[in-house]
Design a protein around this ligand. Structure first.
Ligand code: ZN
Length: 243
């Protein structure tokens, strides 16, 4: 049996047997792991309050030979999203980050850049201020996963699109000019494309100092979420809640 103590983010839990929980964790060193928290519903001492999605914990767990599920022994909370005020939008945003990580990350493959992105975004997700961090997260996840389309040129005619509205269809890769847009394409304004450039150059903490009402970069957020959904091959339930 191999014992691990690793920083982790709780992604999702499912009831398992009687009082146990199956927990999906995104760990810093081992990547995503699934494990069983025995008697979690009864043992508040070992897991109390640490099983909400997006809780940042130090997890102690044991890997058993030839077994897919690890044994979760204890979670120490490093930061809990529930220790700060919550509303519907913030809960939906937290769930979106957890859902994307759950769907996108393969088991057992560490991704330190994704882990650091998640922690940085989590810190900025405050009541009334979720729109920018969610957009930042979706854009950066696409980039780190290698899913981000090139925004500077039309994928059909090669036209330089810098400074222009771009068009995106979830039915194909790349973005196009207005003339080559495919049926059902969505537009991302030149202003929002410029915001994407700033998000790729800046930190989420730095950008959070600005005012970001829901309408600012709304087309960019929809675009980033549609690119994620195209690659995850399914609708993100939490993204629908967020809209
Ligand atoms: Zn074109």
């Amino acid at each position: 049996m191999i014992q691990h103590v690793d920083e982790a983010i709780v992604l999702r839990t499912w009831p398992f047997h009687e009082a146990d929980l199956l927990v999906s964790l995104f760990t810093r060193v081992q990547g995503k792991v699934k494990g069983v928290a025995r008697h979690a519903l009864r043992s508040r001492r070992r897991f109390g309050g640490a099983l909400e999605p997006m809780t940042h914990v130090r997890a102690t767990y044991a890997e058993k030979p030839r077994q897919e599920l690890v044994r979760l022994d204890a979670f120490e909370i490093l930061s809990s999203p529930m220790s700060r005020p919550v509303d519907y939008a913030r809960v939906a945003a937290l769930e979106m980050v957890a859902e994307v990580l759950e769907e996108a990350m393969p088991e057992g493959a560490p991704e330190d850049a994704v882990f650091r992105l998640a922690i940085a975004v989590l810190e900025q997700l405050e009541v009334g201020r979720v729109w920018m961090p969610v957009t930042y997260f979706a854009l950066w996840m696409n980039r780190l996963m290698g899913w981000m389309p090139e925004l500077g040129h039309c994928s059909a005619c090669g036209l330089d699109l810098r400074g222009w509205t771009i068009w995106y269809s979830a039915a194909s890769d790349g973005v196009t000019c207005a003339d080559d847009r495919r049926p059902g394409s969505m537009a991302v304004s030149a202003e929002s494309v410029a915001l994407a450039g700033r998000m790729f150059r800046g930190t989420v903490k730095g950008l959070a100092a600005e005012e970001w009402p829901k309408t600012r970069g709304a087309d960019l957020r929809r675009f980033a979420i549609e690119v994620l959904e195209r690659h995850l091959e399914g609708r993100l339930l939490s993204a629908r809640l967020l809209r």
